[in-house]
Design a protein around this ligand. Structure first.
Ligand code: UGA
Length: 434
């Protein structure tokens, strides 16, 4: 099939590349000329394991191309994906200006029947608004479908190519048939394509992210309580996760969820509830707990150092909001670094991928180490903010020579308590005894 993908952000680029990999002819359109030029020179603007191989193969074989020209990009396309940003507005609701502008521009360019697909996470009712905006400028036939994306950063290619399920919101039989054909190669192992109406598909995406954020937050509160009653949250996780009704995944306690999706989507769903005069109490608590959780290590750090962090040096391992990404949006590390600096401490950071992004925020106010060990040199303590595998089995002998104190504040529970006792570290983690 011939496809167009409007917007070459995270979702757009993965969607375009993966659909090219299943044999479609894909043109990606973006208004950012520099980005398109880079993509045409094979510079991929995101860090995502495995995407480079697919990207290069499909560009080589002529199935994937990039343009800034919307008319050229959508020419003869049977399906047009909208993968545009929906940043949070001041009141927390998703701002649709980019999507509706493209919808306005598409109308006059339509020739044959086309399926326009909302791939971005958009509030309930957006498909209808997109339909209305396109119709303002055309009398050609088209359908608007909601097809939310559930991929995770760091596992995006795998999630896209082997989805647990595909959700398609449309009542048009013609659009259903086209979407079914498009996704057939990705759901061959029996995972379902679930059809529903547009509003339900839009709501499904928010419900999925809000549920996962709630699941994590629930475990974070259990962890906080474990600390008080003297229980171990790792054991609780194993104890409840084996119940198939609960499931093993997304039960890891820590310093809160971050990223570009959970915080934004929980906020947007709470705003939708408010707009409909519904008091969504669970979501409000999720947001409040996550805010608390992000910096819950700070009081422990302060207490350990007698309330005064002036002149103290902290090594921070991990800056990205989670491993396998360079994305630092809403990353707990940032807020912690900010507070440490405000308290007069010095900070040296290391992350395998996110250093450049953090440099753009903190500039010269912190130090940047070339290796995880270099960050420890003369530090009073180590703080772990992201659970990169690299940090799981470090050379403790080497660490002992560099750190001033055998002291770790671990926001992601990367070490076993026994292991820490053996190495003689004072070890603070989340939901476990010190
Ligand atoms: C999330 C969803 O998992 C995807 O299904 C969805 O498509 C995506 O948002 C989106 O809406 O675009 P992502 O933000 O890439 O994906 O990352 P996750 O792997 O879900 O992690 C989110 C945050 O939760 C991270 O900060 C992570 O550290 C935290 N987390 C995750 C925990 O604290 N505990 C866990 O057990 C799992």
């Amino acid at each position: 099939m011939k496809l167009a993908v409007i917007g070459t952000g995270y979702v757009g680029l993965v969607t375009g590349t993966c659909f090219a990999e299943t044999g479609n002819q894909v043109t990606c359109v973006d208004i950012d000329e520099r980005k398109v030029e880079k993509l045409n020179n094979r510079i991929i603007p995101i860090y995502e394991p495995g995407i480079d191989i697919l990207f290069n193969r499909n560009v080589d074989e002529g199935r994937l191309r990039f343009t800034t020209n919307l008319a050229d990009g959508i020419k003869d396309a049977e399906v047009i994906f909208l993968a545009l940003p929906t940043p949070p507005g001041e009141d927390g609701s998703a701002d649709l200006k980019y999507i509706l502008k493209v919808a306005d521009d598409l109308g006059p360019l339509l020739e044959n029947y086309v399926v326009v697909v909302d791939k971005s996470t958009v509030p309930v009712g957006t498909a209808e608004r997109v339909r209305e905006h396109i119709s303002r400028n055309t009398d050609r036939e088209f359908d608007v479908v909601s097809n939310p994306e559930f991929l995770r950063e760091g596992a995006a290619v795998d999630d896209f190519m082997k989805p647990d399920r595909v959700v398609i919101g449309t009542r048009s039989e013609r659009a259903k048939a086209i979407m079914n054909k498009l996704y057939a190669p990705l759901v061959r192992q029996g995972n379902p394509v679930i059809f529903m109406d547009e509003r339900s598909a839009e709501m499904t995406k928010y419900a999925a992210n809000a549920f996962l954020a709630t699941k994590i937050t629930f475990m974070n509160e259990i962890a906080n309580l474990c600390e008080l009653v003297g229980a171990n949250v790792d054991d609780i996780r194993r104890g409840i996760g084996t119940d198939s009704r609960i499931g093993k995944r997304f039960l890891f306690a820590g310093i809160g969820y971050g990223g570009s999706c959970f915080p934004k989507d929980v906020q947007a769903l709470a705003k939708t509830a408010k707009d409909f005069q519904y008091d969504f109490k669970v979501l409000k608590s999720v947001m409040a707990v996550n805010n608390y959780q992000k910096t819950k290590m700070i009081p422990l750090i302060k207490e350990h150092f007698g309330g005064d962090l002036r002149g103290k040096c902290f090594a921070v391992w991990g800056l990205a909001f989670k491993p396998y990404t360079d994305d630092i949006r809403e990353a707990p590390a940032l807020e912690n670094i900010r507070i440490l600096l405000e308290e007069g401490a010095k900070v040296t950071v290391y992350d395998p991928e996110a250093m450049d992004n953090v440099r753009n925020i903190f500039g010269n106010s912190i130090h940047y180490a070339h290796t995880q060990y270099a960050a420890l040199d003369d530090a009073d303590a180590l703080l772990i903010m992201t659970e990169w595998p690299l940090f799981r089995t470090p050379d403790f002998d080497k660490m002992n020579l560099l750190l001033k104190n055998k002291l770790i504040f671990d926001g992601r529970n990367v070490y076993e308590l026994d292991q820490m006792r053996e190495t003689g570290y004072t070890y603070y983690s989340v939901g476990r005894e010190t």
